[in-house]
Design a protein around this ligand. Structure first.
Ligand SMILES: [Zn+2]
Length: 174
């Protein structure tokens, strides 16, 4: 028998970007927001997860008394925007370790309010899936904050074959 018979080529089905973005997507599924579900994961240089979050209501309050509706023509106290805590804010608030110099994988490009927090805790890089608010004032402010803070940001495209393979997997599971 040759000595190295078990030295098979080393490969992984997922690269790190895909691995963490799928985790961020999974976190987003936990959100109760009927319109916008966002998830994020913070990762250090060793590709170890530091924190994760999704958009949700204020922890510990009676959620049944708080609106999830996004109609903006009613008073602010009747809109979700008055109460919802964004995924990035939740991940920062509940982190068990400092997030400085980490990468943030997030399913939606951060808003300007979260950008302030991400810059303050000195995130190194943002990897996002969707930038559907590109072109709005708030989105430009977020990008300006990242550029002024030397925070890199880049879009990640998920391979279509990865999505179809996962769909096949979930079909197999049911
Ligand atoms: Zn935000």
């Amino acid at each position: 028998m040759p000595e190295n018979v078990n030295l098979v080529p080393v490969t992984s089905y997922l690269n790190w970007d895909e691995y963490f973005m799928l985790q961020a997507m999974m976190a987003s599924f936990k959100s109760k927001d009927p319109n916008t579900k966002v998830g994020c994961v913070f990762v250090d240089d060793n590709n170890h997860q530091l924190s994760m979050g999704y958009n949700g209501q204020i922890s510990g309050i009676d959620e049944s008394k708080i609106p999830w509706g996004n109609i903006k023509t009613v008073p602010l106290d009747q809109q979700k925007y008055a109460y919802v805590v964004h995924s990035e804010a939740n991940a920062i608030l509940h982190a068990k370790a400092p997030l400085g110099n980490s990468r943030c994988y997030v399913t939606l490009f951060p808003c300007h309010e979260c950008a302030k927090m991400l810059a303050t805790v000195k995130i190194k890089e943002i990897v996002f899936l969707s930038d559907k608010y590109n072109g709005t004032v708030e989105n430009s402010i977020a990008k300006k904050i990242f550029e002024m803070s030397d925070i890199k940001y880049r879009e990640l495209k998920i391979r279509p074959d990865l999505i179809s393979d996962m769909a096949t997997y979930f079909q197999f599971m049911t």
